[in-house]
Design a protein around this ligand. Sequence first.
Ligand SMILES: *Cc1c(COP(=O)(O)O)cnc(C)c1O
Length: 329
Amino acid sequence: MTDNFVTLAEIEEARRAIAGRIVRTPTIVSPSLSELAGVPVYLKLEHRQTTGSFKLRGASNALSHLSDDEKRRGVTAASTGNHGRALAHAARLEGVHTIICMSRLVPGNKVDEIRRLGAEIRIIGNSQDDAQEEVDRLVSEDGLVMVPPFDDPAVIAGQGTMGLEIIEDVPDVDTVLVPVSGGGLAAGVAAAIKGLRPQAKIIGVSMSAGAAMRASLDAGHPVLVEESESLADSLGGGIGLDNRHTFAMVRDLLDDILLLSEDEIAAGITHAYAMEREIVEGAAAVGIGAILAGRISAAGPIVTILSGRNIDMNQHRHVVCGNTHPQEA
Ligand SMILES: *Cc1c(COP(=O)(O)O)cnc(C)c1O
């Protein structure tokens, strides 16, 4: 372990800091997936979190670390949607002004939600990296404080609180399936779970279309990938060429990262809806998709994290009716 690794103690401290600001979400068994996998499969119902994703954990913990002076200056972030929404919600509770920067690829429903939460919105360029340049300018020229979506110790520790809940609910967990984009969720959950149960395996799951973390691990250092549309839009974006925390943590703590096709992600969304009666977005369905595709062989129990529910409902309807491709929505 090196200093840029978030520790179990920091995650336990984050849990105390954000208690009362987040929902302690349930973990329930899935009879249909257990039958299919041949071992018990549990769903961590984190899509029922306030603001519709786990991002509220990290954003709330990051805000709890700010001084009064930093709160007066306001906060900013680049976001594909869910981090911006979580930060806007958490900052409004504290009376902190928020400016959210995002690329044109972000779905309109997510932009509207953030605006409704009282944040100022800036739409910049075609990629997360373009949006990040505007964030850097707000920090250097206007003095705002950046709350990054993943590569930040307080954010990683906040996301890691979910790992503590998983261990409480399924103490003998063998394998946890975690959606991966920038790796804040995977790094935090892996630090918590491996801290308490070192023999547990953590498998990251992402989409084949532009998986920056997997490409970076393959290259041995953070690399840029071309962004493309995916049903798992919350998994888009790079990991940052100057990544300081999540790349090393994911490299050292995860056992594997699987990549799924758009059809496999669509099958995950459809299964969540038809068999589990849960509405989830593509990013949240990748663990179910991996099980359905026969990509997971584990002794069990398996826990798969349903990370968010912020899907455009027209798109959801198209997917569950069998039209998998976003451009048909
Ligand atoms: C952000 C997000 C992810 C990926 O989290 P990272 O910390 O960026 O890896 C997965 N699912 C949903 C719903 C998200 O909003």
